[in-house]
Write a protein that binds this ligand. Sequence first.
Ligand code: SF4
Ligand code: SF4
Length: 210
Amino acid sequence: MSADLHLERTPEKRTGLGILWDGFSSALIGLTVTLTTLFKPKVTELYPMEKPTLTKAYRSAIALVHFDDIDTHDCIACSACELICPSDCIELTGEKMPGSKKKRVDFFEMDFSTCSLCGLCLAVCPTDTLKYSTGYDDASGSSAWVHDLLEPFDDPPMEELARRLEERAAKQREARAAARGDHPVKKPAAPKAAAAVAPAAPPEKEGGDA
Ligand code: SF4
Ligand code: SF4
């Protein structure tokens, strides 16, 4: 029975008029699709002539955030990202800043070839100085695909950097105090002049020693 059904569907069984109608209707359907698409908004982009539109969720290799108030990144070389990375693709070193307890990173590399873009490094960074970059046409022919994260930054001298960081910390303290509704601490009044507060001298006795 199945063989009979197959035979019924073969083109040899169709009449010439049926085949003509099939071809005509198929062309009509195709033309309708073409005409409908012609008047829809364009969704294709002329890559690489046009820069692609990236969504907010787009993730590429991690990079350091530039903060305008200190005009550089804020990596304190705490190594939290390096320690939590499951792919072991972060390598960094840092040194203490002169005259400060804070550290500053002086070497920061990540191997993008093993990064899974899991986001754990971003989640643990205490200064929020890690982000995903938006590179989209990166390519490498090497098994190691190393990015120098400090390459886009030109740090100022350490003293200047320490000054900017202190200025920023002071502003943050002020903002926190304002948010709590704290009032500026009043300075204690200056002590009155000693003469004004000193006890009055006892009156001289009449007829005292000459
Ligand atoms: S995104 Fe994940 S895998 Fe990539 S560097 Fe960060 S912690 Fe490592
Ligand atoms: S967690 Fe943040 S501050 Fe700490 S080393 Fe990594 S990037 Fe720098």
